[in-house]
Design a protein around this ligand. Structure first.
Ligand code: FAD
Ligand code: 2HG
Ligand code: ZN
Length: 492
């Protein structure tokens, strides 16, 4: 076996303390022979460099010690792999583009990594209804380019689009930048094919808009983070591609102005809004400092908040006139201190680069503690200010996110991970969120990071039902163990 140490007990830089489930087997040479028998040899990866990359997450915060990476080429391969792993009690971690932000996509110990990247075929596009069927390993950006050529767009967009896979998006129920317009994947996914832990294929790959024949099981897999089965195919609705897109980059003096601007935008721009993103001064400072070629389109004098508004319609003149009139009105009302509308596609993408570049800027700045909160809009920024006051100059606290959806990304940037700082942040951030009846995961999921924090957002009875569902679908608990639900619920 490759020389990666096999831990029995792990304490992560994120403060998570867990023990390896002793009922899981460890990989042996017969297992490798079996996988080489059912897959091409090149898709049974034991190469140390590739294992190192597959064992660590995007933030380089969570590291596993898996000694095997499997790359199935089709659903049948996935079914054979899972059936075998289940019979041998070998734990597995499904992996897509490995861009997840909660430590869900990498092993905790020696789980076998099943990466879907070799399953990247488009099956069909119904051009009358805009229904796309594809394999789970298709990269989001590639899917978008494909459907755009046919006059459609993907109903979701995110900064990680160049690497994340549609299967990973479904497994995390990713929200992203156009949620305000197209809603959640629960609204856009029409069908799924899923392989369960024991290798059973659940064919739910329908393309019907309406189907009330019993429980709609596909919804259980949307947001299940690889804990119930592996998503192998996806059928989803792709909206018509809007022919016009306008983008404004605005500055606001305070958070109240941002809120009022959102209310006004909803009133005046209505169904045309496709994004309403906000960034505080500190997050913009972060992206400007760490990303080459990105500059603030507004004059150097710093503003406390920035808002990016995008409208998309089928009429360019209408779109632009509406956004200009709105901007003028917002300035007259004193909600906007300065603002600029993109004059061409280059400028539009440079505005988006500022917003989409924040996670990468934070990554380059050093260690980062990420919190992805759903909060009532009135208090959404208060937690950022409280955290800043609490941490003083030990850390940089930044707040940004999908204001139009009530989703704050609270990020705390430090030079290195430090238990003392973490103890100042947690459980404070979770208790605060629970007190205002928010959610501790708006769109990133729970993964390993928040598996044992679920009770802050879900009642004991709800967690109990979730645990029963997990045990029903995956009685041996081999699917992405230690994630989403508290591990202690599965220990004898
Ligand atoms: P991975 O990271 O590989 O996996 C994520 C989880 O899904 C894991 O638990 C994994 O086990 C499971 N999984 C993956 N594939 C499958 C499958 N086929 N079947 C079953 N389970 C599977 N998220 C948002 O919601 N909104 C954003 O705006 C957003 N922006 C981001 C920007 C950046 C720069 C980055 C790095 C991340 C961002 N994310 C965002 C996080 C988001 O969760 C992921 O980008 C994306 O949805 C994960 O897809 P992936 O293919 O990389 O999945
Ligand atoms: C985004 O909206 C992503 O950019 C990442 O969801 C958020 O880095 C984060 O905290
Ligand atoms: Zn986000």
């Amino acid at each position: 076996m490759a020389g990666i140490p096999l831990f029995q007990h792990r304490l992560f830089s994120s403060g998570i303390d867990t023990k390896r489930n002793t009922s899981f087997s460890t990989l042996n040479s017969d297992d490798i022979l079996y996988f080489k028998d059912i897959l091409d040899h090149k898709n049974v990866v034991q190469d140390e460099d590739r294992l190192v990359a597959a064992n660590v997450d995007w933030m380089r915060k969570y590291k596993g010690s898996s000694q095997l990476l499997l790359l199935p080429k089709n659903s049948e391969d996935v079914a054979k792999i899972l059936k075998y792993c289940n019979s041998r009690c070998l734990a597995v971690v499904p992996q897509g583009g490995n861009t997840g932000l909660v430590g869900g996509s990498v092993p905790v110990y020696d789980e076998v990594i099943i990466n879907l990247s070799a399953m990247d075929k488009i099956v069909s596009l119904d051009k009358v209804n805009g229904i796309l069927i594809c394999e789970a390993g298709c990269i989001l950006e590639n899917l978008n380019s494909y459907v755009e050529n046919e006059g459609f767009v993907m109903p979701l967009d995110l900064g990680a689009k160049g690497s994340c896979q549609i299967g990973g998006n479904v497994a995390t129920n990713a929200g992203g930048l156009h949620f305000i317009r197209y809603g959640s994947l629960h609204a856009n996914i029409l069908g799924l094919e899923v392989i369960l832990a024991d290798g059973t294929t659940l064919d739910m790959l329908t393309t019907l808009r309406k189907d009330n024949t019993g429980y709609d099981l596909k919804h259980l897999f949307i947001g299940s983070e690889g804990t119930l089965g592996i998503i192998t195919k996806v059928a989803l609705l792709t909206p018509c591609k809007p022919s016009s897109r306008s983008i404004a980059f605005l500055a606001c003096n305070d958070y109240i102005c941002c809120q009022k601007l959102l209310a006004e935008a909803k009133q005046s721009l209505g169904e045309a809004i496709s994004a309403f993103e906000f960034m505080d001064y500190h997050s913009v400072e972060m992206v400007l400092a760490y990303t080459e070629g990105v500059r603030n389109p507004l004059p150097a004098s710093p503003y406390n908040f920035y808002v990016l508004i995008e409208t998309t319609t089928s009429d360019e003149l209408y779109d632009r006139t509406k956004l200009e009139a709105f901007l003028l009105h917002a300035m007259e009302m004193g909600l906007v201190s300065d603002g600029v509308i993109a004059q061409d596609l280059n400028q539009a993408s440079s505005f988006w680069r500022i917003r989409e570049g924040i996670p990468e800027g934070l990554l380059k700045a050093g260690a980062v503690y990420k919190y992805d909160l759903s909060l009532p809009i009135q208090v959404l920024y208060a937690i950022v200010e409280e955290m800043r006051a609490r941490l003083g100059n030990t850390a940089k606290v930044v707040g940004y996110g999908h204001l139009g959806d009530g989703n704050l990304h609270l990020n705390i940037s430090t030079t290195h991970y430090d238990d003392k700082i973490l103890s100042e942040i947690e459980p404070f951030v979770y208790e605060w969120t629970a007190k205002v009846r928010g959610s501790i995961s708006a769109e990133h999921g729970l993964g390993l990071m928040k598996a044992d924090k679920i009770h802050y957002s879900k009642s004991a009875e709800t967690v109990q039902v979730m645990t029963s569902i997990k045990k029903l679908f995956d009685p041996k608990g081999i699917m992405n163990p230690y994630k989403l639900l508290p591990h202690r619920l599965f220990q004898d």
